[in-house]
Ligand binder design. Structure first.
Ligand code: NAD
Ligand code: DAU
Length: 337
């Protein structure tokens, strides 16, 4: 089988390529990635010389690039996106371009080339924001209510994917997952930022009151879910994928990391809140469990400890990132720290 993975140099995409080539060494994987600030080929050094792996640097918004890359592809797994909410607040246009237009370009080329499956990676953020005491959590039937430029652009891409299914019978599946964490995450997202800041002896910025709640999914569990959806998922369907966490606030996660690293609460610094900050995401993943037999392999605490260890053992990986362009972004985003 020939797979086209878009955004394969990013956090989840690179974990997925490593997972896939290990489990299915006979498959051929093409990685199409523009290498924005978030793309990092160092994640893939262990497969760069694998004859069944090919990297192509290119933009999913370019019809010419995408049409060429799509030749002979059986399955598309579409990760490429602008993915950070804070950046979407300062630069919404690039999110609309890549996430909406780029997805449409891929869909058109996939249709033209008669791919057997187009799997689209989406997010639980498209469902909006829950109150802390809401009993009804997000599931596949929840109406879309995106509230940031990032989630609005992801919602737009999801609608296009569904439109290509209904209008042109493109064989699609979609997964809407919660917050991923694990190895190779760009240190702008909460868990990777917190671990690496603490390892550097820096403070961790806490937005607002810190009592925001997310559902947390370990990246390898996510890769296993995508694998199962590709194998057994029903065409046209959406699957919600979440972790084994219940109502964990940002502060309680940070306190767990602080404890694992032998630090104190003095490492926390409360800063100005994110505009339009969604209070809570919580995801009901019983559909993928009952229909495809998926569930996370371990609970949050076990995966968190493994993640903290990985960042401790791979300091050079994140130090290279933190000393580059990211330094300028950090100065602007966290001016007072
Ligand atoms: P990431 O930001 O780490 O990686 C994104 C990758 O896409 C990068 O390698 C980047 O270079 C590439 N890219 C960006 N624009 C491109 C373009 N125009 N053409 C080609 N490549 C381009 O993102 P991630 O965290 O790995 O997220 C992957 C996908 O999963 C995204 O679609 C995101 O919306 C979705 N998602 C992420 C999370 C999460 O917690 N990280 C949760 C839910 C859904
Ligand atoms: O829910 C899935 C989404 O999770 C994905 O679709 C997005 O791509 C991904 O970025 C993530 O979005 P969040 O906004 O939830 O993740 P982030 O790591 O940016 O923030 C997690 C929580 O931590 C949120 O409540 C904001 C807070 N936060 C974040 C940062 C970066 C802080 O308190 N301080 C920080 O410095």
């Amino acid at each position: 089988m020939k797979l086209l993975v878009t955004g394969g140099a990013g956090f989840i995409g690179s974990n997925f390529i490593l997972y896939w080539l290990k489990k299915y060494p006979q498959d051929f994987v093409v990685n199409l990635d523009k290498l924005t600030y978030a793309g990092n080929l160092e994640n893939l050094t262990s497969v760069q010389d694998n004859p069944n792996y090919k990297f192509i640097q290119g933009d999913i918004c370019s019809l010419q690039v995408v049409s060429e890359v799509m030749q002979g592809v059986d399955t598309v797994v579409h990760f490429a996106a602008e993915s950070h909410v804070d950046r979407s607040i300062t630069d919404p246009a690039s999110f609309v371009k890549t996430n909406v237009l780029g997805t449409q370009v891929l869909l058109g080329a996939a249709l033209e080339n008669k791919v057997k499956r187009f799997h689209h990676i989406s997010t639980d953020e498209v469902y909006g924001s829950l109150n802390l005491d809401d009993k009804n959590i997000f599931n596949e039937r929840t109406l879309y209510d995106p509230r940031s430029p990032y989630s609005a652009s992801k919602a737009g891409s999801d609608h296009l994917v569904k439109a290509y299914y209904h209008t042109y019978n493109l064989p699609i599946t979609i997964s809407n997952c919660s917050n991923n964490f694990g190895p190779y995450q760009f240190p702008e997202k909460l868990i990777a930022l917190a671990i690496t800041n603490l390892l550097e002896g820096k403070k961790v910025p806490v937005y607002g009151d810190g009592l925001y709640v997310r559902d947390w999914l370990y990246v390898e569990d996510h890769c296993r879910a995508i694998d199962l959806i590709l194998e057994k998922g029903k065409i046209g369907e959406t699957y919600c994928v979440g972790g084994l966490t219940e109502n964990l606030s940002n502060i309680s996660i940070l306190q767990k990391i602080i404890k694992l690293l032998g630090k104190t609460d003095e490492s926390l610094e409360y800063v100005k809140d994110r505009p339009g900050h969604d209070r809570r995401y919580a995801l009901d993943w019983s559909k993928i469990k009952s229909e495809l037999g998926w569930e996370p392999l371990r609970d949050f605490d076990e995966w968190l400890e493994k993640t903290v260890n990985w960042y401790q053992e791979n300091k050079q990986w994140w130090k290279n990132i933190k000393s580059g362009e990211y330094k300028e972004y950090y100065k602007k985003q966290y001016a007072k720290l």
